[in-house]
Design a protein around this ligand. Structure first.
Ligand code: FA5
Length: 348
Protein backbone atom coordinates (compact mmCIF):
# COMPACT_ATOMS: atom_id res chain seq x y z
CA UNK A 1 0.00 0.00 0.00
CA UNK A 2 1.29 3.37 -1.02
CA UNK A 3 0.70 5.12 2.34
CA UNK A 4 2.48 2.38 4.31
CA UNK A 5 5.47 2.68 1.97
CA UNK A 6 5.44 6.40 2.41
CA UNK A 7 5.42 6.00 6.21
CA UNK A 8 8.29 3.53 6.04
CA UNK A 9 10.29 5.88 3.84
CA UNK A 10 9.69 8.79 6.20
CA UNK A 11 10.78 6.65 9.15
CA UNK A 12 13.91 5.40 7.41
CA UNK A 13 15.04 8.75 6.05
CA UNK A 14 14.22 10.60 9.25
CA UNK A 15 16.17 8.14 11.38
CA UNK A 16 19.13 8.42 8.98
CA UNK A 17 19.03 12.22 9.18
CA UNK A 18 18.62 12.15 12.96
CA UNK A 19 21.79 10.08 13.34
CA UNK A 20 23.85 12.85 11.73
CA UNK A 21 22.63 15.63 14.04
CA UNK A 22 23.98 16.68 17.40
CA UNK A 23 23.48 20.42 17.51
CA UNK A 24 20.41 21.42 19.64
CA UNK A 25 19.12 23.86 16.99
CA UNK A 26 19.43 21.27 14.20
CA UNK A 27 17.67 18.68 16.38
CA UNK A 28 14.79 21.05 17.04
CA UNK A 29 14.49 21.67 13.30
CA UNK A 30 14.36 17.91 12.75
CA UNK A 31 11.54 17.62 15.31
CA UNK A 32 9.52 20.32 13.53
CA UNK A 33 10.20 18.78 10.10
CA UNK A 34 9.26 15.23 11.09
CA UNK A 35 6.96 15.30 14.10
CA UNK A 36 5.60 18.86 13.92
CA UNK A 37 2.00 19.78 13.15
CA UNK A 38 2.96 20.42 9.55
CA UNK A 39 5.75 17.81 9.55
CA UNK A 40 6.25 14.84 7.23
CA UNK A 41 4.22 12.45 9.38
CA UNK A 42 1.27 14.83 9.73
CA UNK A 43 1.34 15.46 5.97
CA UNK A 44 1.37 11.72 5.26
CA UNK A 45 -1.53 11.12 7.64
CA UNK A 46 -3.73 13.40 5.60
CA UNK A 47 -3.79 10.48 3.12
CA UNK A 48 -5.62 8.36 5.74
CA UNK A 49 -8.94 10.00 4.91
CA UNK A 50 -8.75 8.79 1.28
CA UNK A 51 -8.34 5.11 2.26
CA UNK A 52 -11.19 2.64 2.40
CA UNK A 53 -12.60 2.47 5.96
CA UNK A 54 -11.47 -1.15 6.36
CA UNK A 55 -7.80 -0.24 5.85
CA UNK A 56 -7.76 2.77 8.12
CA UNK A 57 -7.31 1.03 11.54
CA UNK A 58 -4.30 -0.96 10.33
CA UNK A 59 -2.66 2.03 8.62
CA UNK A 60 -3.50 4.28 11.61
CA UNK A 61 -1.84 1.83 13.96
CA UNK A 62 1.17 1.64 11.69
CA UNK A 63 1.39 5.43 11.61
CA UNK A 64 1.11 5.63 15.37
CA UNK A 65 3.89 3.12 15.80
CA UNK A 66 6.08 5.12 13.39
CA UNK A 67 5.39 8.31 15.36
CA UNK A 68 6.14 6.71 18.74
CA UNK A 69 9.31 5.13 17.36
CA UNK A 70 10.52 8.43 15.93
CA UNK A 71 9.68 10.30 19.15
CA UNK A 72 11.67 7.77 21.16
CA UNK A 73 14.60 8.03 18.74
CA UNK A 74 14.46 11.79 18.96
CA UNK A 75 14.42 11.68 22.79
CA UNK A 76 17.45 9.45 23.04
CA UNK A 77 19.36 11.41 20.37
CA UNK A 78 18.65 14.62 22.27
CA UNK A 79 19.99 13.12 25.51
CA UNK A 80 23.09 11.82 23.73
CA UNK A 81 23.70 15.17 22.06
CA UNK A 82 23.40 17.16 25.29
CA UNK A 83 25.71 14.70 27.08
CA UNK A 84 28.29 15.13 24.29
CA UNK A 85 27.93 18.92 24.41
CA UNK A 86 28.35 18.96 28.20
CA UNK A 87 31.39 16.70 27.99
CA UNK A 88 32.93 19.00 25.37
CA UNK A 89 32.21 22.01 27.56
CA UNK A 90 33.78 20.39 30.61
CA UNK A 91 36.83 19.40 28.61
CA UNK A 92 37.25 23.02 27.50
CA UNK A 93 36.96 24.28 31.05
CA UNK A 94 39.24 21.72 32.59
CA UNK A 95 41.49 23.16 35.27
CA UNK A 96 44.96 21.83 35.52
CA UNK A 97 45.57 22.06 39.24
CA UNK A 98 49.20 21.11 38.75
CA UNK A 99 50.00 24.30 36.76
CA UNK A 100 52.12 26.77 38.76
CA UNK A 101 50.04 29.78 39.90
CA UNK A 102 50.51 33.29 38.56
CA UNK A 103 52.42 35.37 41.09
CA UNK A 104 50.52 38.58 41.98
CA UNK A 105 52.42 41.74 41.13
CA UNK A 106 53.39 43.31 44.40
CA UNK A 107 53.90 47.01 44.97
CA UNK A 108 56.53 48.29 47.35
CA UNK A 109 56.96 51.14 49.77
CA UNK A 110 58.16 54.48 48.47
CA UNK A 111 61.73 55.24 49.60
CA UNK A 112 60.54 58.35 51.46
CA UNK A 113 57.95 56.23 53.30
CA UNK A 114 60.67 53.74 54.23
CA UNK A 115 62.89 56.49 55.64
CA UNK A 116 59.94 58.09 57.41
CA UNK A 117 59.19 54.79 59.16
CA UNK A 118 62.82 54.36 60.18
CA UNK A 119 62.90 57.88 61.60
CA UNK A 120 59.64 57.26 63.47
CA UNK A 121 61.02 54.04 64.94
CA UNK A 122 64.28 55.67 66.01
CA UNK A 123 62.39 58.48 67.78
CA UNK A 124 59.82 56.06 69.27
CA UNK A 125 62.68 54.29 71.04
CA UNK A 126 63.47 57.63 72.72
CA UNK A 127 59.85 58.13 73.81
CA UNK A 128 58.65 60.40 70.98
CA UNK A 129 55.13 60.05 69.61
CA UNK A 130 54.55 60.60 65.88
CA UNK A 131 51.70 63.05 65.19
CA UNK A 132 50.22 64.59 62.06
CA UNK A 133 48.80 67.97 61.18
CA UNK A 134 46.77 69.27 58.24
CA UNK A 135 48.49 69.92 54.91
CA UNK A 136 45.99 72.70 54.18
CA UNK A 137 46.77 75.12 56.97
CA UNK A 138 45.84 78.55 58.24
CA UNK A 139 48.32 81.40 58.02
CA UNK A 140 47.84 81.82 61.79
CA UNK A 141 49.48 78.44 62.57
CA UNK A 142 51.90 78.32 59.63
CA UNK A 143 53.31 81.80 60.32
CA UNK A 144 51.76 84.14 62.89
CA UNK A 145 51.89 81.97 66.02
CA UNK A 146 55.41 80.96 64.96
CA UNK A 147 56.49 84.54 65.46
CA UNK A 148 56.29 85.35 61.74
CA UNK A 149 53.71 88.16 61.67
CA UNK A 150 52.35 89.54 58.37
CA UNK A 151 55.05 91.49 56.46
CA UNK A 152 57.84 89.59 58.22
CA UNK A 153 60.62 89.02 55.65
CA UNK A 154 60.82 85.33 56.62
CA UNK A 155 57.54 84.84 54.74
CA UNK A 156 59.39 85.58 51.50
CA UNK A 157 61.77 82.66 52.02
CA UNK A 158 58.80 80.26 52.05
CA UNK A 159 56.80 81.23 48.97
CA UNK A 160 53.35 79.85 49.61
CA UNK A 161 50.53 78.28 47.61
CA UNK A 162 47.39 80.05 48.81
CA UNK A 163 43.95 78.46 48.56
CA UNK A 164 41.60 80.59 46.46
CA UNK A 165 38.74 81.95 48.55
CA UNK A 166 40.25 80.55 51.74
CA UNK A 167 40.17 83.49 54.11
CA UNK A 168 38.89 83.41 57.67
CA UNK A 169 39.57 84.75 61.13
CA UNK A 170 42.80 82.70 61.20
CA UNK A 171 44.03 84.54 58.11
CA UNK A 172 44.50 83.01 54.69
CA UNK A 173 44.38 79.31 53.93
CA UNK A 174 47.49 77.85 52.33
CA UNK A 175 49.37 74.61 51.72
CA UNK A 176 51.69 74.46 54.74
CA UNK A 177 55.22 75.51 53.86
CA UNK A 178 56.74 73.65 56.81
CA UNK A 179 55.76 71.12 59.48
CA UNK A 180 56.38 73.72 62.22
CA UNK A 181 52.63 74.58 62.57
CA UNK A 182 52.24 71.10 64.08
CA UNK A 183 54.46 72.32 66.96
CA UNK A 184 51.97 75.06 67.71
CA UNK A 185 48.91 72.82 67.33
CA UNK A 186 50.47 70.27 69.69
CA UNK A 187 51.38 72.86 72.33
CA UNK A 188 47.91 74.39 72.14
CA UNK A 189 46.38 70.97 72.77
CA UNK A 190 48.79 69.61 75.42
CA UNK A 191 50.70 70.93 78.38
CA UNK A 192 54.33 69.74 78.82
CA UNK A 193 56.00 67.35 79.01
CA UNK A 194 55.81 67.11 75.21
CA UNK A 195 57.89 64.82 73.03
CA UNK A 196 56.64 64.53 69.46
CA UNK A 197 57.80 64.24 65.90
CA UNK A 198 55.58 65.35 63.04
CA UNK A 199 56.45 63.98 59.61
CA UNK A 200 54.44 65.06 56.57
CA UNK A 201 54.15 66.78 53.22
CA UNK A 202 55.02 70.44 52.79
CA UNK A 203 54.70 72.76 49.79
CA UNK A 204 56.58 75.75 48.50
CA UNK A 205 56.01 77.73 45.36
CA UNK A 206 59.59 77.62 44.14
CA UNK A 207 61.55 76.55 41.08
CA UNK A 208 62.66 72.93 41.24
CA UNK A 209 66.22 71.68 40.87
CA UNK A 210 68.21 68.63 41.93
CA UNK A 211 67.69 69.43 45.62
CA UNK A 212 64.42 71.38 45.61
CA UNK A 213 60.88 70.26 44.90
CA UNK A 214 57.61 72.20 45.17
CA UNK A 215 56.24 69.33 47.24
CA UNK A 216 58.56 67.68 49.72
CA UNK A 217 58.48 66.00 53.12
CA UNK A 218 59.69 67.37 56.42
CA UNK A 219 59.95 65.86 59.85
CA UNK A 220 59.47 68.21 62.74
CA UNK A 221 60.64 67.43 66.26
CA UNK A 222 59.50 69.11 69.47
CA UNK A 223 60.46 68.53 73.08
CA UNK A 224 59.11 70.80 75.83
CA UNK A 225 59.67 70.23 79.53
CA UNK A 226 61.35 71.77 82.53
CA UNK A 227 65.10 72.21 82.08
CA UNK A 228 65.30 71.14 78.42
CA UNK A 229 68.50 72.36 76.70
CA UNK A 230 70.23 72.38 73.29
CA UNK A 231 72.51 69.62 74.60
CA UNK A 232 69.44 67.35 74.79
CA UNK A 233 68.66 68.15 71.16
CA UNK A 234 72.18 67.35 70.08
CA UNK A 235 72.13 64.07 72.04
CA UNK A 236 68.76 63.09 70.58
CA UNK A 237 69.77 63.89 66.99
CA UNK A 238 73.07 62.04 67.43
CA UNK A 239 71.27 58.85 68.55
CA UNK A 240 68.89 59.09 65.59
CA UNK A 241 71.64 59.89 63.06
CA UNK A 242 73.60 56.85 64.29
CA UNK A 243 70.52 54.63 63.97
CA UNK A 244 70.04 55.79 60.38
CA UNK A 245 73.55 56.35 59.10
CA UNK A 246 75.88 54.31 61.30
CA UNK A 247 77.71 54.58 64.65
CA UNK A 248 80.37 57.04 63.42
CA UNK A 249 77.80 59.80 62.77
CA UNK A 250 78.25 63.09 64.65
CA UNK A 251 76.00 66.15 64.82
CA UNK A 252 77.10 69.78 64.90
CA UNK A 253 75.19 73.05 65.06
CA UNK A 254 75.99 76.18 63.10
CA UNK A 255 74.35 79.50 63.86
CA UNK A 256 71.12 79.87 61.94
CA UNK A 257 68.09 82.10 62.03
CA UNK A 258 64.45 81.05 62.25
CA UNK A 259 61.97 83.48 63.86
CA UNK A 260 60.43 80.74 66.00
CA UNK A 261 63.63 79.64 67.78
CA UNK A 262 66.23 81.47 69.85
CA UNK A 263 69.02 80.61 69.60
CA UNK A 264 68.62 79.06 66.14
CA UNK A 265 70.91 76.63 64.37
CA UNK A 266 71.53 74.76 61.17
CA UNK A 267 72.05 71.06 61.83
CA UNK A 268 74.96 69.27 60.14
CA UNK A 269 75.85 65.57 60.26
CA UNK A 270 79.23 64.07 59.42
CA UNK A 271 79.21 62.77 55.85
CA UNK A 272 78.53 59.03 56.02
CA UNK A 273 80.16 58.48 52.60
CA UNK A 274 83.64 59.67 53.61
CA UNK A 275 83.33 59.67 57.41
CA UNK A 276 84.05 63.37 57.44
CA UNK A 277 87.20 63.27 55.25
CA UNK A 278 85.55 65.18 52.40
CA UNK A 279 84.07 63.77 49.21
CA UNK A 280 81.80 64.66 46.28
CA UNK A 281 78.60 64.07 48.29
CA UNK A 282 79.55 66.54 51.06
CA UNK A 283 81.26 68.93 48.61
CA UNK A 284 84.60 68.23 50.33
CA UNK A 285 83.44 69.72 53.64
CA UNK A 286 82.98 66.44 55.54
CA UNK A 287 79.56 67.68 56.73
CA UNK A 288 76.05 67.39 55.38
CA UNK A 289 73.24 69.81 56.18
CA UNK A 290 70.11 68.17 57.57
CA UNK A 291 67.80 71.06 58.49
CA UNK A 292 67.09 73.78 61.03
CA UNK A 293 66.71 73.70 64.79
CA UNK A 294 66.86 75.72 67.98
CA UNK A 295 65.31 76.47 71.36
CA UNK A 296 61.60 77.24 70.99
CA UNK A 297 61.22 81.04 71.15
CA UNK A 298 59.62 82.19 74.44
CA UNK A 299 57.04 84.09 72.38
CA UNK A 300 56.02 80.89 70.60
CA UNK A 301 55.65 79.06 73.92
CA UNK A 302 53.55 81.93 75.27
CA UNK A 303 51.45 82.05 72.05
CA UNK A 304 50.58 78.42 72.68
CA UNK A 305 49.72 78.98 76.36
CA UNK A 306 52.91 77.52 77.83
CA UNK A 307 54.73 79.56 80.47
CA UNK A 308 58.27 80.27 79.13
CA UNK A 309 59.47 81.03 82.66
CA UNK A 310 58.68 77.47 83.73
CA UNK A 311 59.28 75.46 80.60
CA UNK A 312 61.81 75.39 77.80
CA UNK A 313 61.88 73.36 74.63
CA UNK A 314 63.79 72.57 71.49
CA UNK A 315 62.53 72.00 67.99
CA UNK A 316 64.00 70.91 64.68
CA UNK A 317 62.81 70.49 61.09
CA UNK A 318 64.56 68.36 58.46
CA UNK A 319 63.83 67.35 54.88
CA UNK A 320 63.06 63.64 54.67
CA UNK A 321 63.92 63.40 50.96
CA UNK A 322 67.37 64.60 51.99
CA UNK A 323 67.69 61.63 54.36
CA UNK A 324 66.50 59.23 51.65
CA UNK A 325 68.94 60.73 49.10
CA UNK A 326 71.87 60.30 51.47
CA UNK A 327 70.80 56.84 52.50
CA UNK A 328 70.20 55.45 49.00
CA UNK A 329 72.71 57.54 47.04
CA UNK A 330 70.07 59.42 45.01
CA UNK A 331 71.38 62.56 43.34
CA UNK A 332 68.19 64.28 42.19
CA UNK A 333 65.16 64.88 44.43
CA UNK A 334 62.86 65.05 41.39
CA UNK A 335 63.26 61.29 40.85
CA UNK A 336 61.10 60.63 43.94
CA UNK A 337 57.95 62.05 42.38
CA UNK A 338 58.44 61.25 38.69
CA UNK A 339 56.53 57.99 39.19
CA UNK A 340 59.07 56.13 37.09
CA UNK A 341 58.41 52.52 38.01
CA UNK A 342 62.01 51.55 37.14
CA UNK A 343 63.29 53.93 39.80
CA UNK A 344 60.74 52.89 42.43
CA UNK A 345 61.23 49.14 41.83
CA UNK A 346 64.82 49.39 43.04
CA UNK A 347 63.56 49.84 46.59
CA UNK A 348 61.26 46.79 46.56
C1 FA5 B 1 62.23 75.16 57.97
O1 FA5 B 1 61.32 74.76 57.22
C2 FA5 B 1 62.01 75.24 59.45
N1 FA5 B 1 60.62 75.04 59.74
C3 FA5 B 1 62.88 74.21 60.15
C4 FA5 B 1 62.93 74.40 61.63
C5 FA5 B 1 62.05 73.73 62.45
C6 FA5 B 1 63.84 75.27 62.19
C7 FA5 B 1 62.09 73.90 63.83
C8 FA5 B 1 63.90 75.45 63.56
C9 FA5 B 1 63.02 74.75 64.35
P1 FA5 B 1 64.01 75.31 56.08
O2 FA5 B 1 63.24 76.18 55.17
O3 FA5 B 1 65.47 75.52 56.14
O4 FA5 B 1 63.46 75.39 57.55
O5 FA5 B 1 63.74 73.81 55.66
C10 FA5 B 1 64.19 72.72 56.43
C11 FA5 B 1 64.68 71.59 55.54
O6 FA5 B 1 63.62 71.24 54.63
C12 FA5 B 1 65.83 71.96 54.63
O7 FA5 B 1 67.05 71.77 55.29
C13 FA5 B 1 65.68 70.97 53.49
O8 FA5 B 1 66.21 69.71 53.85
C14 FA5 B 1 64.17 70.83 53.39
N2 FA5 B 1 63.66 71.68 52.33
C15 FA5 B 1 63.35 72.99 52.36
N3 FA5 B 1 62.90 73.41 51.18
C16 FA5 B 1 62.90 72.33 50.36
C17 FA5 B 1 62.53 72.10 48.98
N4 FA5 B 1 62.02 73.05 48.22
N5 FA5 B 1 62.68 70.85 48.50
C18 FA5 B 1 63.15 69.85 49.27
N6 FA5 B 1 63.51 70.01 50.55
C19 FA5 B 1 63.39 71.23 51.09
Amino acid sequence: MELIERLERIERESRARLATLDDPAALEQWRLDVLGRKGHLAEAMKGLATLPASDRPMVGERANAAKLGLEAAFGSRLREASATARARELEGERIDVTLPGRAPTKGSLHPVTMIRREVEQAFARLGFTSVEGPEVEWDHYNFTLLNIPPDHPARDTQDSFYIQGGTGELGEMLLRTQTSPVQVRTMLAHQPPIRIIAPGRTYRNEATDASHEAMFTQVEGLCVDKGVTLADLRGTLTVVARALFGPQSEIRFRCGYFPFVEPGAEIDMTCHMCNGDGCRVCKRTGWIELGGAGMVHPKVLANAGIDPDVYSGWAFGCGLERFAMLRYGIEDIRLFYDNDIRFLRQFA
